[in-house]
Design a protein around this ligand. Sequence first.
Ligand code: F0G
Length: 482
Amino acid sequence: MPEVKFYHRPAVPMEMHKVKIVQRLELLPAAERLQKMKEAHYNAFLLHNKDIFMDMLTDSGVNAMSDDMQAGMLRADDAYAGSETFYRMNRKLTEIFGMEHFLPAHQGRACEHIIAVHFVKPGKTVIMNYHFTTSKAHITRLGGKVEELIKDEGLIPASDLPFKGDIDLDKVRECIAREGAENIAFLRLEAGTNLIGGQPISYQNMKEAVAIAKEHGIPTVLDASLLQDNLYFIKTREDSMKDKSIREITRMIGDLFDLIYFSGRKFGFGRGGGCMVRDEELFHNMEDYVTMFEGFLTYGGMSVKEMEALIIGFEESMDFDVISQGPQFIRHCVDELVKCGVPMITPGGGLGAHINAREVVPHIPDHEYPAGALTVAMYLCGGIRGMERGTLSEERDPDGTEHIASVEMIRLAFPRRVFTLSQTEYVIDRVKWLYDHRHLIGGLRFTHEPKTLRFFTGRLEPVSDWPEKLVEAYIADFGEDQ
Ligand code: F0G
């Protein structure tokens, strides 16, 4: 039962679990938050978790485990080689995706590393619906290039399109003709397309894109890290799929691809990752990279306990009730904020609620990182840590100029099964306050800018004393203790 009905009022999203273990949270007063943000060099990644009230940075590795998953950890078979846990994990993934061979890795980007090292040579192109930061970095590091061929309408922030993650099939054909099939390393489709707001790709589109690649002998890869939310959207938004079970849909998707990789920090509610490979020869050709970069072939850098938990997490991901909650909480948050007039990425997708920063703070130029500034402001005004997903997360072009992101967003992630509805309401309230005081928010500039993945560890400063002014206004409305 994915939606519980109410008698006296419109339904609200419902937690289909009860809390068994809790972690205490502290809401520091605004003046202290300002101090903590200064110490973190105006980069939310550098904040200490203890100073955060609502950590909505990511859903990665911070999803709540079920009692069954925790119980599973006790039966993990610890062995350097030949762990029974590995064979159980392989069997479960084979059952779900219909592919036989499993290469374990410590997380999603480790899979991307292995895949890139195997397939990408200088000058080769990888076709994608859209890039993810780490997937692109691994390809460009090896001299490859990325062609993002998402449909144009996928990038329109406010929309009612059900599948904004769909790839443009005409552009795919055109790209193959232009580059030559032999120069395409692989086609990568990303489920639950992260950087455009956790937006899903339809089964139909996956099928057609893969068919084009197959026609030209191009290997096909699915990034299934965010597949869980995408499965929910396929079942609820794609007419021809609504009578299929989540398990059937997953298997139909699995049957399309040559290789499927995932971050177990997202898919499976645990921590880890791996690649499922269809072809035995390809599997053997990639094995060496696991032993070289990750660990022995039966753990690949993962803790065996986490592997055992993931096996159960994969099974829970096949449960429509379980996977419905994330998208329902996100939709509630997005719809309420839209009612408050806040420019959001719509329709609500998976992973989190995404605010369209460019429209909230149009007075901040792109090179002063509007979404980065809004992320700082969100922490100052509520102790909420979101993630910048915009120009700051991009790499500069080879000539040093800023690569301006097509979408400039702040993401408020909803780690699965973690936050309650009242916490969600608090977030909605503070975003609304911030929106009403948006004129007080100013830009940021780098004081230390790393060359790769600069958003993780870069240091910044505000271009004026706007953080102080914003905190003053906040204290005037809520008092010194909030
Ligand atoms: N692919 C997608 C679609 C992702 O969202 C991520 C991670 C990865 C690959 C890499 O996996 O973190 O296990 O190495 N996304 C995280 C996020 C970091 O916060 O969105 P990883």
